[in-house]
Design a protein around this ligand. Structure first.
Ligand SMILES: [Zn+2]
Length: 227
């Protein structure tokens, strides 16, 4: 009876194990392993998560996130969001946050850039080859809105990722005067901004849904880009 030497068996097993570990990882699995990154739902109870880029209901009409369906954020950002949610519930117990985009790996940023770079939408997607890229690439930005506890989003005047003046906070007062935004729509945006800013987030003047957890310089100093 022939016997397979133990050393040969060891190498056979080691080889098959390494071959297995070289199989491409899913995006969601790799996010779980990044130090400092957390699933925001584990920190912010009741957070509604609807990642638009993990569906075809987005401006690219393509699911670029694949199996990435959770809202990952840097732990600091998730804790700040938790504080904002507590504040929100105190003011309006009938409301909660709905997250549309959170941490976005650089590999996805590149995919998105390839899809839009030769189209008019290019100004709405950060070029991945620049020094900073997008703050979403660090897990320090979140796109979100307010929703009723049954899941219905509040009327913010435009949907998420509406590309035009109506979505830009810098024109809100003008649009209100021109009756292109209602008082209720502006009040809903102000409530979102109020609770986010009080928790330490910074809004931007071009998108009502986007908030950064730190300045660009501070983001680069504290966090690494998610590959
Ligand atoms: Zn954003």
């Amino acid at each position: 009876m022939s016997r397979v030497p133990a050393s040969l068996l060891f190498f056979a097993l080691a080889f098959s194990a390494s071959a297995f570990s070289k199989a491409p990882e899913s995006q969601a699995t790799s996010m779980d392993k990044i130090p400092g990154l957390v699933d925001a739902s584990s920190v912010v109870k009741g957070l509604q998560v609807e990642l638009k880029y993990s569906t075809t209901d987005n401006f690219m009409k393509k699911d670029v996130y694949g199996d990435l369906e959770k809202c990952y954020l840097q732990e600091d950002a998730a804790k700040m969001l938790g504080e904002a949610q507590k504040d929100l519930v105190k003011i309006r117990p009938d409301l909660r946050f709905v997250a549309y985009d959170c941490a976005r790996p650089l590999s996805v940023q590149k995919k998105m850039w390839e899809l839009v770079k030769d189209t008019p939408s290019r100004s709405y997607v950060a070029n991945p080859d620049t020094k900073t890229g997008s703050i979403h690439n660090y897990g320090c930005a979140i796109d979100l809105s307010l929703a009723k506890t049954d899941g219905t989003p509040l009327d913010m005047g435009t949907p998420f990722d509406f590309f035009g003046r109506k979505a830009q906070p810098r024109y809100e007062l003008t649009l209100l005067r021109q009756a292109k935004l209602t008082h209720e729509q502006v009040a809903n945006r102000l409530l979102l901004r109020q609770v986010m800013v009080r928790a330490g987030f910074t809004p931007i003047s071009s998108e009502w849904w986007h908030f950064n957890c730190a300045s660009t310089a501070e983001t680069r100093r504290r966090y690494k880009k998610i590959q």
